[in-house]
Design a protein around this ligand. Sequence first.
Ligand SMILES: Cc1ncc(COP(=O)(O)O)c(C=O)c1O
Length: 400
Amino acid sequence: MAELLPYGRQNISEADIEAVGEVLRSDFLTCGPKVAEFEQAFAEAVGARHAVAMNSATAALHVAMLVAGVGPGDRVITSPNTFLASANCAAFVGATPDFADIDTVSYNLDPAALEERWQPDTRAVVAVDYAGQPCDMPAIARIARERGAIVVEDACHGVGGGFVHEGRTWKLGGHRWADMTVFSFHPVKTMTTGEGGMLVTDNDEYAQRARLFRSHGMEREASRFESFGRVGDSLAEAGPWAYEMQELGFNYRLTDIQCALGLSQLHRLPALMARRREIVARYNEAFAGLPFLIRPQLSAANSQPLVSWHLYTVQMDFVQLGRSRTRIMTDLRHHGIGTQVLYIPVHLQPWYRRQYGYGPGKCPVAEAYYQRALSLPLYSAMTDADVEQVIQAVRGLADQ
Ligand SMILES: Cc1ncc(COP(=O)(O)O)c(C=O)c1O
């Protein structure tokens, strides 16, 4: 069998390796200068006031819920067409994750379904930019903010991407319709730190509290101490060693080793995105008119040059092909093509069924989408020959 092209993988250059090696030879493997350097460069790149690096996007989503004060008795609505973490973050803080259906074009949270699903206890929306295609953030934010809820954008798929609204271009992480935005640097994503994530926000208080929760709830900045120095307080001596635990936090820190890789990848991000766009354009051209396949479609507000593509997910008519999805995946594997199914609707997971009584029929569009979804290989390290190999194998599916 030929070597397998995975559905996604990292793109590591000699410059990346050199950047990591430099940190390994330095004094700080963690809690050193590369963290702030990466955060500052990332904030600038997306146009946000603050960026807080964490050791995964899952951690960053958890922290987003904590700083927003979401907790027991609150509902958080997200898309069913996402990775588990977009919904789990609500459960981590004792809130109820809930789901509103997706639209049939972008496969993102449908604002009309969100409005319909809204309950008086809804405190937050987690809007997921599936495959890298931005949600209708202005519409989602209008619905949430009219009702006093906060908006977290899960842009784990869309680093570097943007959209046009009222004639202006807005970047993910740098627009006004999300209170906080979270990115992932897992190796299948457009840029990587091995594991890693970033929370970005324009809100000074959110950023400061996110830094607390990231590191055990510990405050080291004397000017922000609450108890030290208070008259009559037995802990009153605020010496240079002092730190205060003000929240119940975690160790969600990203190391300097990873931040150096992140910085190096961030410099390469425009090229990494451009190569993915090139592959998407080639796939779109090659798959036009195939009767058994629907290519990724853009909603009216999105345009190819602005989308940072993470996934190339098609809707495939397995009935027309006369074979099950498992069979098609195996056939493609024999041609050296790895594929993936993204995503099983989260509300259909056993834990969600048991915990909240969710089940089939709750989000029919996402459930129908899932039946036909197949993600083909898309990553910036693919050669032109790799891309042609995928195209030939997919085009040949109808001939077998
Ligand atoms: C949409 C989405 N949200 C959240 C996550 C969690 O990211 P991480 O693996 O960095 O924790 C992922 C990762 O696959 C994701 O795809």
